[in-house]
Design a protein around this ligand. Sequence first.
Ligand code: PEP
Length: 248
Amino acid sequence: MSRKSLLAGNWKMNNLIADSETLVKGLVANLGNITDKDILICPPFMSIAKTSEIIKGSHIKLGAQNCATEDNGAYTGEVSPSMLIDAGCEYVIIGHSERREYYKETDAIINKKTNLALSAGLKVILCVGETLEDRELDNTFNIIERQITEGLKNIDVTNVIIAYEPVWAIGTGKVATPEEAEAVHAFIRQTLANLYKNDSSQSTQILYGGSMNPGNVEGLMSCPNIDGGLIGGASLKVDSFTDLVTKA
Ligand code: PEP
C-alpha cells in the first residue's frame, strides 16, 4: 500500500509571534504549493492563530504540540482539543518524549489525550521511543510495544500517525542509522498488525524523529517503513526545512 509522506516541524518552545510570522511566510512561499507530500507545522500555542491566518490558501497544515486530557472546565493553564480545532489545527502531537520526561506523562495520560483529541476531530501524532539506557539493555522493542499498546488502548487508529523518536537522537545530532530506524519501524507496523485486524497497519504513516536534517533525510526516507519525519531543530529555519522537505 502506498502511503503519502508527512514532514512535520515541531518548533517546541521557540519563536515569538513575530518570528513565527516570518518563518511561516517563508515556508508558504517555498512549500505552499506542494501536494504530493503532506507538510505540517506545529508552532507553540501562542503562534497558532497567526500561523493559521498566514497558511490560508496554501497546502501547509497546522498542528499543536500538546493538548489537555479534558475538553473544558476548571483546568487552569490547559488547552483543549476543541480549542485547537477552533484556532485552525488539524493535528496534535501527543506523548513527545519531552512531555513524558519533564511533565511525567504516563501511557495512561497519553491514551486519554489521544482518545479525546481524536473524538474532537484532530489527527494525532503519537510519539514513542526508547532511551539510550533502554537500548543498551536491549529493551527497545519491549518499550515500543508497551508505548504503542497502552497509548492506543481502545482506540481506532485511523487518524493516528506514529512517530518513532529514539530519545537518544532527539536534539543531540546523533541520528539513528536507516537500518536502526527501519528495524523499529517494521516492528511498529507488526505491532499494529497484531492490534488491528484490518489493513490499518499498512495504511498508518510512521514517521522518524531525532536529528533528521537535509543531509540524512534521503537515507531515512529510502526505507520501506519510514513515511516521513517529525523534525525539531531543522524545522526552525526556512532554508533547512525547505531543503529537507524537497529532498524527502
Ligand atoms: C523532535 O522534537 O521531535 C525532534 C526530533 O527534534 P530534533 O529534530 O531537533 O532532534
